[in-house]
Design a protein around this ligand. Structure first.
Ligand code: IMP
Ligand code: MG
Length: 178
């Protein structure tokens, strides 16, 4: 188990299971976007590891960019989504694939998708590593999901608890939630 700040986290999804699932998602992305030069947009900070693993499964030409948004503080979602760091790449006419760590309420992606659609991309699709049942609160259609999980607080593989835990190579869950 792992101690982060005032909480204990226990193993939830192992490294090999994660890597296997990423390869499966990669196969689907390769089939879907072969020869299309997709623009992958990772959502910082949480998606940086998933994005790094996922784009390395893509075999054709593609571009990778990042945006930074935030709607979270501590263990729960709060307030509005703020776009902290804007996108520098033009998305007009592009096949955009958003890469997110976890789809919780859907607020983050709902906000970002609307923003992107206004810039006339060819397509916008979503790859989220995790999805919680709460993901129905905002209308967001995810195209690729790594794992559907229960409504528990998790860390690791890019996900943090108040800044800690992103470097853990596997997913851990808050102990009292187990
Ligand atoms: P949404 O906008 O409510 O869908 O929240 C998505 C964001 O909340 C994710 O990108 C994460 O940064 C954060 N988040 C949601 N659930 C968790 C969790 O269980 N652990 C860590 N971060 C989470
Ligand atoms: Mg995030």
């Amino acid at each position: 188990m792992v101690r982060l700040h005032d909480h204990t986290f226990v193993p939830f999804i192992g490294q090999e299971k994660i890597q296997q699932r990423v390869r499966e998602l990669g196969a689907e992305l390769n089939a879907r976007f072969a020869g299309k030069n997709p623009l992958f947009i990772g959502i910082l900070n949480g998606a940086f590891i998933f994005a790094a693993d996922l784009v390395r499964t893509f075999e054709g030409p593609c571009e990778i960019s990042f945006v930074k948004l935030s709607s979270y503080s501590g263990l729960r979602s709060v307030g509005d989504v703020r776009q902290v760091l804007g996108l520098e790449t033009r998305v007009e006419g592009r096949h955009v694939v958003l890469i997110e760590d976890i789809l919780d309420t859907g607020r983050t992606l709902h906000f970002l998708v609307n923003d992107l659609l206004a810039q006339a991309p060819a397509t916008v699709s979503i790859a989220a590593f995790l999805r919680k049942p709460t993901a129905t609160q905002f209308p967001v259609q995810a195209d690729w999901i790594g794992f559907d999980i229960e409504d528990r607080f998790v860390v690791g593989y890019g996900l943090d608890y108040d800044g800690l835990g992103r470097n853990l190579p596997a997913i851990y869950v808050l102990e009292q939630d187990r």
